[in-house]
Design a protein. Structure first.
Ligand SMILES: [Zn+2]
Length: 143
């Protein structure tokens, strides 16, 4: 067991004070897949999103607290990580293998990358909310 360097106490997960993870959640793979698909990670009966990225405060079917999950910067980071790998492949094709796209192909690639960013961001946000819901990590209420 690891000892925390500042408190000199054993590290416990989840830390004291956090809500326990939801006991009725499915396994990790199913939870993340449901989030990626934009469905409630707990029940898969209702959508997570109310629009493009706005999250329902509670699941419309099982009342899971979807709106309390602080998925702040993780989804854009994950989306950039995925989409920039696609961009890196295209750059390698251009500079390493001599591919010379036309102006139309450059325009099409730009549109494709923008659409890929938007799709990846929504999928990453759903997956992040699923992970946070399974861990029981809610946004702290400030006094
Ligand atoms: Zn639900």
């Amino acid at each position: 067991m690891a000892i925390h360097e500042l408190t000199n106490q054993p590290e416990i997960w989840p830390p004291p004070g956090l809500l326990p993870a939801a006991p009725d959640m499915p396994g990790w793979g199913i939870t993340i897949w449901r989030g990626v698909c934009g469905r409630c990670p707990r029940c898969a009966e209702a959508p997570i999103f109310n629009g493009y990225l706005k999250v329902h405060a509670k699941c419309l079917h099982c009342d899971a607290a979807l709106g309390d999950m602080p998925s702040d910067d993780a989804p854009p980071y994950i989306a950039m990580l995925v989409v920039l790998h696609i961009l890196a492949f295209i750059v390698v094709m251009i500079f390493r293998f001599g591919w010379q796209p036309s102006a139309f192909e450059y325009g099409a690639l730009l549109v494709l990358l923008v659409v890929a960013c938007m799709v990846a961001l929504r999928m990453a946000k759903g997956a992040t909310i699923g992970i946070l819901l399974k861990l029981g990590l809610t946004r702290p209420v400030l006094p």
